[in-house]
Design a protein around this ligand. Structure first.
Ligand code: GCU
Length: 663
């Protein structure tokens, strides 16, 4: 299922069969998005024998209409309504964006969109900003390569030190993103290096070309900028956000950005974080910093996404009182209410750094007078680097459904008024994501950003149906069941063979792939497990630990703060316990560590077997790529099992109750 040089992902031509067979009436006036919709339907009809007319009077089986009247009112810019009466399916929207999303909805429904009667149903995105941050460098970085934490080849946007000349692939990317609901893309790394700083000024034309390629699919372009831009690019002696010349510089630079890109989305800023410049150097607050950029963007409707990933990365490992997990909350909550309306604080979903298991960041919900966006990591930095299958839908869904105040308080998905953001996992790899099954993460992200309450399992079904068109396969049931079997529980499987019970890390320093239990234990990064001969885990309780648990609202401070009530999967995140401590599951901590490492490897062996059994039903290139990655996943899972088990056997001296081989 390939088109050109790259995989068709969830938009194979066959997915358009139901639309392409029909007579379609497009009653929508003009505009670039409407032209996109027309192009999509015309292509499908060309392939499957249907017909599309613009504004004609003939009978149609599908009507796609933009209306300024009451039928379109209330749908907003991106919403649409769907109804079916008397043999005609109608999509109504108030503009081109909604119409495009409505068309992709019909594509998802397939033949079901053309059966029976359907009362009018309205669809609107829950979150206005559904964004991908690309950690792409223009110039290949000597350590990080082109895409920082990228596992899917080079950048989609940049090649040979410039924006790609042929942006056909970027347009195809925009199309895939629109089909899952993404509407914003930041095109460069949050770590803005020398070359990339210039995208803001003298190289803005290259960004504009990318924006042109993404615009037909309703996607706005954003740019990561360095806080030191007034010095780096403007030769000012300072970047002090309260300095008049600095503010004037940002206003001027931003005005020129909008001359080049009229619908520019705004800036993404990583400041005072892992060595990046920021307002602290001038004794200013993060609100001062964010507001200076927000003021420059405000006249044009732009937004600054200001990241809260601010912590001390030069920590002394001997100092048990400093806790990196506390940092974002401690830095930002005192500033609640001080941020401009168009400044959005972008918060990582957990307090540390995209581990396989973390509690939800206590910052989310703690700043009621500030717009927050929640950031997740589709690129699998700590979850197998797209060599392991690790479908993150269930993890993200858990985060989005979490209620920071407990009870019937609002969910994270409702508190994320500034949007949902994912660090992208896509690159110029023919399969977009390196591991073909990692496409499911990209797709699921978009669908959850559109509807954070969606059932991730249903989203996975959708992705399988679109990507693999099982109805056209020789054995739809074996194909669908097999794909479910290898993806559904893959996050849980990954967790079983890597760092146990929420303790995190234990990865090889630097590149973060593969096990190294003490890899970060005596480092300055604040990511420790504190294992000794008696026990393991980080005491973050209020009574005896760092007090981090006390940052939670509602019932959570108490739930997490006590060993008795803390959920098993987060126990070592919040507590230091003896190896003999009995979990709610009934197993001791040490036996849990041994058992789950063995289970995890067995599950990978089983998944590999299931995948091998799908060889006759999956496109050979795609099948071969996944099969090859399973070999590496299995090798790596065994390495994790053996290193973690041996480490804890040697520390604790407690043998495996089941007498299995531990080295
Ligand atoms: C992680 C990651 C870095 C990245 C950083 C961030 O620490 O390893 O590569 O720059 O997150 O989110 O800014």
């Amino acid at each position: 299922m390939r088109t050109g040089d790259f995989d068709a992902a969830w938009l194979p031509p066959a997915a358009f069969r139901a639309v392409g067979r029909r007579r379609t009436l497009l009653r929508a006036g003009d505009g670039p998005l409407v032209d996109t919709v027309h192009g999509e339907v015309a292509d499908a009809c060309g392939r499957f024998g249907g017909r599309v007319v613009r504004d004609g009077g003939e009978d149609a089986e599908l009507v796609l209409e933009v209306t300024g009247g009451p039928a379109g009112a209330g749908l907003g810019d991106e919403g649409f309504a769907l109804a079916r009466r008397g043999g005609t399916t109608t999509v109504t929207a108030s503009g081109g964006r909604g119409l495009l999303y409505g068309l992709f909805h019909v594509v998802r429904l397939g033949e079901d969109a053309f059966r029976g009667e359907r009362p009018r149903e309205e669809h609107r995105p829950a979150l206005a900003v559904r964004m991908l941050d690309h950690w792409d460098n223009v110039a290949v970085h000597p350590v990080m390569g082109q895409v920082e934490r990228g596992y899917a080849g080079g950048s989609l946007f940049w090649a040979d030190g410039r924006a790609r000349g042929d942006l056909g692939r970027v347009r195809a990317y925009g199309r895939l993103l629109a089909a899952c609901g993404v509407n914003a893309v930041a095109v460069n790394n949050v770590n803005v290096h020398e070359t990339e700083a210039h995208l803001l000024t003298d190289r803005i034309g290259e960004v504009a070309a990318i924006a042109d390629a993404l615009r037909p699919y309703g996607i706005r372009t954003h740019l990561s900028v360095t806080f030191a831009a007034p010095m780096v690019l403007g030769s000012l002696p300072t970047a002090d956000p309260l300095d008049a010349a600095v503010r004037a510089w940002w206003r001027g630079a931003t005005a020129r950005v909008y001359e080049a890109i009229g619908d520019f989305g705004g800036y993404v800023v990583k400041a005072d974080s892992e060595g990046r410049p920021g307002p602290f150097a001038y004794g200013r607050s993060h609100a001062d910093g964010a507001n200076a950029l927000a003021a420059a963007l405000e006249p044009y409707g732009g937004t600054v996404h200001w990241r809260t990933f601010v912590y001390d990365h030069h920590q002394d490992w001997r100092d048990r009182s400093t806790d990196r997990a506390r940092a974002a909350y401690d830095h930002f909550t005192p500033l609640d209410g001080e941020f401009a309306p168009n400044a959005v604080l972008q918060v990582k979903h957990g307090p540390m750094d995209f581990q396989v298991r973390e509690p939800v960041s206590p910052l989310i919900g703690a700043m009621p007078r500030t717009r927050l966006a929640v950031e997740v990591q589709a690129t699998q930095e700590y979850t197998g680097q797209q060599r392991h299958v690790c479908w993150l839908g269930p993890m993200w869904s858990e985060v989005l459904r979490f209620r920071p105040e407990g009870g019937s308080g609002p969910r994270v998905g409702e508190l994320a008024r500034g949007g949902l953001v994912a660090v992208s996992n896509a690159g110029d790899d023919p399969f977009w994501t390196g591991h073909p099954l990692a496409q499911a993460n990209l797709y699921t992200f978009g669908r959850l950003a559109w509807d954070p309450r969606a059932d991730p399992g249903a989203v996975l079904d959708e992705w399988i149906r679109l990507t693999f068109t099982p109805e056209r396969s020789a054995d739809p049931v074996r194909l669908t069941d097999g794909l479910h079997a290898v993806l559904d529980g893959s996050w849980a499987t990954y967790e079983k063979y890597t760092a146990p019970l929420g303790v995190g890390f234990m990865v090889q320093p630097g590149h973060h792939y593969g096990p190294s239990v003490d890899g970060y234990e005596y480092s300055p990064w604040g990511t420790y497990h504190f294992a000794d001969r008696d026990g393991v885990g980080v005491d973050r309780s209020t009574a005896t630990g760092t007090g981090y648990a006390g940052q939670y609202a509602g019932p959570w401070a108490e739930v997490y703060g006590s060993v008795e009530t803390c959920p098993d999967e987060l126990l070592l995140f919040f507590h230091h316990v003896p190896y003999g401590h009995v979990l709610h599951s009934g197993r001791t901590v040490i036996q849990h560590i041994y058992d789950t490492r063995f289970e995890g490897v067995a599950e990978v062996e089983e998944a590999r077997r299931v995948w091998a059994g799908l060889a006759d039903l999956v496109d050979p290139a795609r099948h071969a790529r996944v099969a090859e990655r399973y070999e590496e996943q299995l090798r790596s899972a065994r390495e994790w099992r053996d290193q973690v088990n041996s480490y804890f056997l040697r520390k604790s001296g407690v043998p495996d109750a089941r007498g299995r081989t531990i080295h």
